[in-house]
Design a protein around this ligand. Sequence first.
Ligand SMILES: NC(=O)c1ccc[n+]([C@@H]2O[C@H](COP(=O)([O-])OP(=O)(O)OC[C@H]3O[C@@H](n4cnc5c(N)ncnc54)[C@H](O)[C@@H]3O)[C@@H](O)[C@H]2O)c1
Length: 245
Amino acid sequence: MLKGKTAIVTGGTRGIGFAIVKKYLENGANVAIAGSRQESVEKALAKLPEYEGRIMGIWPDICSQEEVAEAFASVKEKFGSVDILANNAGLSSRTSIYEYTLEEFTKIMDVNVKAVFVCSQAAARIMKEQGGGAIINTSSMVGEYGQPSGCAYPTSKFAVNGLTKSLARELAKDKIRVNAVAPGVTRTDMLSALPQEMVDRISAGIPLGRVGEPLDIANAYLFLASELSSYVTGITLRVDGAAMT
Ligand SMILES: NC(=O)c1ccc[n+]([C@@H]2O[C@H](COP(=O)([O-])OP(=O)(O)OC[C@H]3O[C@@H](n4cnc5c(N)ncnc54)[C@H](O)[C@@H]3O)[C@@H](O)[C@H]2O)c1
């Protein structure tokens, strides 16, 4: 479904991001894994030896316009284009409003919102020149409902929804589609560390009766990157088993 396309996946070293990387590779794309540290990027690349020649790693500061522009240019230079950007990197928080420092609030907003702006800008400049592309952002179910602590996290995901809708309208004329995926509770490292009975309790509250797997989320990223969604732009696609909170 993505043969001949090139994708950049931020936070592609683990969790949902790594599942997106694998899904895109399986579907024929060239993929650049963007991580925060060279070491974690190289570890992720080492897990995918069968795709040598179709993958590369980059580790720019995703909040720096200069570093991101340079890293994305290196992807275009290696593979010839940048057709898909999956803005997956994210930081969550559970801190109470009474305890938050401005530094912590700002860090969440920087990684979850500013970096999405910076990476989308760099990718859109390349995509416009090429005649089109697809940008997929990562929201969350808490970007619809909020959450009872860690207010920076849902606030950042509401902002991602706004950025998605606005960029979809601004970039449509350049044939760049912009959508978001809003995962529900998904089995990544954080969830795997919880006792099974707690996971069972969470699952019981979800109408589909289970938490999401990274593959469930990656499938939505495939749909929104591929031609199957050629007339879809500006949406936030919920992938949450109909969870309510
Ligand atoms: N797991 C869930 O239940 C869930 C639910 C809703 C939304 N999400 C969203 O899905 C995305 C992926 O989450 P995950 O569960 O796989 O989390 P994770 O913690 O396993 O992975 C997060 C990724 O983001 C990267 N990252 C964090 N800070 C970074 C920075 N400063 N620079 C570059 N990369 C950075 C990490 O290196 C990592 O690869 C996030 O945006 C998260 O908000 C997750």
